[in-house]
Design a protein. Structure first.
Lengths: 524, 320
């Protein structure tokens, strides 16, 4: 590319393939940034921003669909300009997601840099993409036009999927650790904030040290830990005459992530065509939640219950195979279903978060023991819920993420529960396994193209596998096995799989946790 | 490169005295998953692979690892793809680590050890492999296994057989089992068989019982104990071998100390006991930064004391 203007022009023209397809109209072009004679798109729309002096002066172009104004700029326009624009768009939008700032970077390194959490104050609530990401999408949509545009250009075939999601140790600090349900349910929701960005995708997992300052065996070993040992040993273990303290880290899936400057329920408002949003990235998450079940006599999970605000720990993340949900946008899927039992719902909620971001239609089938198992005192959420109000785990978060209580969430109680308690959900099933209403639903929706993800007790996942196989539904499970290392070196976490008629012991931490259910040897 | 850290195991020059220990760091490209990959590889003197056998093995029943106080019990059962696939799929990846590769080998009989090592010699067309570590001590294989490691005559035969098949193509290390009455007897046998170096210790046999279900926890019932809890045993065994085996003492057959190492103090303990290099296993599951931390700390220590690893070997024997 010879100079900046021709790069900008090319970039615009390639993006225009996508915008054209999605019927997104161009409202304003900042002409001094382009070779105007070569611009492929015409001004064919109007937005309330194309007279706004600050936007006009700082952006590259503006486009809009029925609901949203997209203000585009280029990463090389200079940080000051981009910062100014980002803050301005943020301020006029008032969290309605009607005005969205999108910065186009040249390559995935620059894109990755912009997504680091220390950039949250610079780029505020901007979305990011890269030239390569746009190229890939355009190529998918209209190869001919794309080839014509790129005829004389070199080096645009570099892969976009250059995720820098290598695992490393991160320091985390506990925000809160809230019991869910009553004493018998033994479920907790743990929120923490990480020192630096952890780019973790749905289906991946973390290994967490469950004792505070657990680097006990390394050189950071401080005698202090020894003297306070009895304090840091969970009560339950003391009661049991202290079996032992944890030694290995413990694996957990992510329940939700939170991104700076994005409200907890922003997905209720964000509504971008999936083909466009699948090339857009936002600031990396810094705040995470996991939901964990305390096992009877479980050493690590009992230690976790002792954590309180401010405690510092270490995690190793992200771990597990990358399952790129963005790829699913290409497939013409009608609905994605999640089927979860008990605490197995937790990692599926994060999957829903990503699916909702990608604007993919999602239905959730959730199975819990009883009504009480859902209830916790929420003392954190800003906005509509006051401190100490009752919240429903899974259900409230799925609603936050944009699922409808009347048509997208199907809740099954294993034990009989007073129907009166749940007045705002249409689909509640009493005394049922989650697989029963699920079987009914897919029977009635045979004609749809469905993908299913399930997680929970093995018997439940097996049942989902059988049901989906019956209707030729592509089905994945999130497998759970005892792990020691999480990085594929100890061969502890194996699960029997069948490939080409041969039995293998596959490592769940490397080949999973998301595994296509037909690959699993369910007769084990 | 620091001049005080390199050590020699026979003809093999290691840029640091830190090795991975077999079965705890994978056998292909697993380290590439980590952000600190380059720092890890810069801290390692050599990479020791997971145990490889002649034929594919699916390994043992689950559960395969159980946590115990300050350590773990494992009964993986040598799951591996067999030597042929290992060379096809894994060795090309391992070479990209660009550090010496030592292949840990396992077999059920003397002749099988011979066959296996000859296969490796044949398959190693690119000279990717620097050494073989003979695992005569893996307690998990029902056949042989423990019996090998405890029988001086068999150990001597195995080492001689392997040595005769590969000649000087590889540095031959014999890995000793701690599940014996007198480890120095076994060490001597390996030396007589012609081993180039000794490594010790492998895991200690042990078991754990679920008090609710009243049955053994491991799928294989018994397993091998590793981690900080076994370090005193390892240090003692290195100390004894250095003291009682003349070839170890004059360092013509150097010792690689393994067992429970978590930090640089532990490495120093092994070196003072008589080890020339050290292997780190279980701690790696707890702390993926362990190699770079120890590397840095050792470096600082040697800079402060103006010493080299080579001249610290066996120091504890002088100071009694
Ligand atoms: C990829 C993955 C994701 C997971 N996500 C979640 C989650 O989101 N929420 C949640 O509540 N649980 C989750 N689990 C299960 C969770 O890791 C175990 O419940 C937990 O490790 C038990 O630890 P403990 O110390 O209390 O039990 P102990 O019995 O004291 O643990 C002893 C050892 O066994 C392992 N272990 C025991 N039970 C299990 C089990 N059911 N699965 C795996 N390892 C086990 C432990 O990790 C530990 O190494 C996940 C497991 C995996 C593999
Ligand atoms: C999961 C696991 C697998 C192992 N596999 C092997 C093996 O294949 N061959 C071998 O010689 N030793 C094997 N070992 C033993 C280790 O190499 C090492 O000797 C032992 O764990 C003691 O060191 P550590 O306390 O630092 O882990 C294994 C150990 C563990 C924990
Ligand atoms: S947990 Fe170690 S190999 Fe998967």
């Amino acid at each position: 590319m010879t100079n900046e203007k021709s790069y900008n022009t090319l970039c615009f023209n390639v993006l225009n393939i996508l915008l054209g397809k999605l019927d997104i109209q161009i409202c304003y072009i900042n002409r001094r940034l382009f070779n105007t004679v070569s611009l492929a798109g015409n001004l064919n729309g109007h937005s309330d921003l194309d007279k706004d002096q600050i936007v006009m002066a700082n952006c590259a172009f503006i486009a809009k669909n029925k609901k949203t104004n997209f203000i585009f700029s280029f990463g090389h326009q200079g940080v000051d300009r981009l910062q100014k624009l980002s803050h301005y768009v943020f301020s006029i939008d008032d969290n309605k997601f009607k005005n969205i700032h999108i910065i186009i970077f040249k390559d995935s390194d620059a894109l990755d840099e912009a997504r680091q959490i220390n950039k949250a104050s610079t780029y505020k609530r901007s979305f990011f993409t890269s030239f390569y990401a746009i190229c890939e999408k355009a190529l998918e949509i209209d190869r001919k036009t794309y080839d014509k545009l790129l005829d004389n250009e070199q080096g645009c075939n570099k892969s976009l999927h250059n995720y820098k999601s290598l695992a490393s140790l991160h320091k985390i600090e506990i925000i809160d650790n809230i019991p869910v349900g009553n004493k018998d349910h033994k479920i907790y929701k743990l929120a923490f904030i990480s020192d630096d960005a952890v780019d973790i995708l749905p289906g991946q997992f973390i290994m967490i040290s469950t004792l505070k300052e657990q680097k006990a065996m390394s050189k950071y070993y401080k005698p202090k830990i020894l003297t306070s040992l009895s304090e840091s040993v969970p009560d339950i273990l003391n009661n049991l005459q202290t079996r032992q303290i944890s030694f290995l880290k413990r694996p957990f899936g992510i329940y939700r992530t939170y991104h700076e400057n994005f409200d907890h329920d922003y997905l209720l408002k964000l509504n971008i065509e999936k083909e466009l949003v699948s090339v857009l990235y936002i600031i990396k998450a810094r705040k995470f939640e996991i939901v964990y079940k305390v096992l009877e006599n479980g050493i690590g999970t009992n230690e976790l219950t002792r954590l309180t605000e401010g405690d510092k720990l270490e995690i190793l993340a992200p771990l597990g195979k990358i399952f790129d949900l963005r790829e699913l946008v290409k497939e013409d899927i009608d609905e994605i279903h999640i089927v979860g039992g008990g605490v197995g719902i937790a990692p599926l909620v994060y999957l829903v978060q990503m699916l909702r971001y990608l604007n993919i239609k999602t239905k959730a089938f959730v199975g819990v023991e009883d009504y009480d198992a859902l209830i916790y005192k929420n003392n954190r959420v800003k906005g509509h819920k006051g401190p100490g109000t009752d919240s429903k785990i899974y259900i409230d978060d799925l609603t936050d993420l944009g699922l409808s209580r009347s048509s997208d969430i199907f809740l099954s109680f294993l034990c009989n529960t007073d129907r009166e308690q749940i007045t705002d959900l249409n689909n509640v099933f009493n005394g049922n396994l989650v697989t029963e209403p699920y079987a009914e639903y897919i029977k009635q929706h045979k004609h749809l193209k469905i993908y299913t993800f399930s997680c929970g007790p093995v018997s439940m996942m097996k049942k989902v596998h059988e049901l989906t196989a019956q209707y030729n539904i592509k089905s994945y499970v999130l497998m759970e096995k005892r792990m020691a290392c999480g990085i594929g070196v100890c061969f502890s976490c194996v699960c029997k799989t069948i490939k080409n008629g041969e039995t293998h012991n596959s490592r769940v931490c490397i080949e999973g946790p998301i595994i296509e259910s037909k690959q699993i040897d369910w007769n084990e | 490169m620091n001049k005080s850290l390199p050590v020699k195991i026979k003809n093999l020059v290691l840029k640091t005295p830190l090795l991975t220990s077999s079965g705890t760091s994978g056998s292909r490209d697993e380290i590439n998953l980590l952000q600190n990959r380059d720092r890890i590889l810069a801290s390692l003197g050599a990479f020791v692979t997971k145990g490889v056998s002649l034929n594919k093995s699916l390994g043992n029943k689950e559960p395969r690892i159980v946590e115990v106080r300050s350590g773990i019990l494992n009964s993986i059962g040598l799951q591996n793809k067999g030597v042929k696939v290992f060379f096809e799929e894994d060795v090309p990846e391992l070479q990209k680590y660009e550090i010496p590769i030592i292949v840990n080998i396992s077999a059920g009989s003397v002749s099988e050890f011979g066959q296996l090592s000859e296969r490796i010699k044949d398959l190693d067309k690119n000279n990717a492999i620097s050494g073989l570590e003979i695992n005569v001590s893996c307690p998990n294989i029902k056949k042989g296994g423990a019996a090998f490691g405890a029988d001086p005559l068999l150990v001597e035969q195995v080492v001689r057989e392997v040595k005769s098949r590969v000649q000087d193509s590889f540095c031959i290390i014999t890995k000793l089992s701690p599940n014996v009455t007198d480890i120095t007897q076994i060490g001597k046998a390996a030396v007589n068989g012609g081993t180039d170096a000794l490594s010790m210790i492998n895991t200690l046999r042990g078991m754990a019982i679920d008090t609710d279900k009243r049955k053994p926890i491991l799928g294989n019932q018994i397993g091998g104990l590793s981690g900080p809890c076994i370090k005193p045993v390892g240090v003692y065994m290195v100390y004894e071998c250095f003291r009682k085996i003349p070839e170890c003492r004059n360092r013509s057959v150097p010792i690689i100390g393994i067992g429970g190492i978590s930090n640089y103090y532990d490495v120093l303990e092994y070196i003072f006991a008589g080890a020339t290099a050290t292997g780190i296993g279980t701690q790696w599951f707890i702390n993926t930064a362990v190699f770079e931390e120890i590397y840095k700390d050792l470096n600082d220590y040697l800079n402060k004391t103006h010493e080299t690893i080579e001249n610290l070997v066996g120091k504890a024997h002088e100071n009694i």
